[in-house]
Design a protein around this ligand. Sequence first.
Ligand code: THU
Length: 160
Amino acid sequence: MKKENHISYEYFKNSSELSDIEKTLFDRAKQARENAYAPYSNFLVGCAILLENGEIYSGNNQENAAFPSGLCAERTTLFWVAANFPNEKIEKIFVVGGPREFHEKNPPIPPCGACRQSLIEYETKQSQDIDLYFSSMNEEVVKVYSIKDLLPFYFDATFL
Ligand code: THU
C-alpha cells in the first residue's frame, strides 16, 4: 500500500515579506553569523532562537582543527538555550548560512540531519511545535511549521 506524506512550508522571496518579529530574528541570526568560528570551511552560519517569554538568544557554528569536534550553529544555540532556560518553550528558530564570500545565487541553508534530530528532541519535550526558518544571505527564506516536517519518521523517546 502506497502512502504519502506531504509537508507545507512557506517561501519568502525577500525578507521584506517577513513580520516584524521575523525580521528581528533574521537580523539577530545575521549578526551572530558574523561571529562564526569557521576557519576551515569558511561557511558561516548564524542562528537566533525566540523563547515564549520574548527573549532572543543567538549563536553560530564553532569549528575545530579536529574536524568532528566542531558544532553547527543550530546545536550551539539550542544547547545553550536548553542548558540555561530548561523550562522556557522555544517558539521560533531562524537560521542564516552561506559561504564567507557569498553569492546572490546561494540557496537557503537547511539544518543538517544531526541538528534536525536534536531539534526534534526539544520540540517533543516541550509538546509544542517550533517554527523554523532558514535562509541564505540573499534574503530568500523558507519557513516550516514544525521540526517534524524536516524529519519524517523521526526517532524519539516514545520508542525507548
Ligand atoms: N553548519 C551549520 O552550522 N549548520 C547547518 O545547518 C549546516 C552546516 C556548519 C557546520 C560547519 O561548521 C560548516 O557549516 C560547514 O559544514
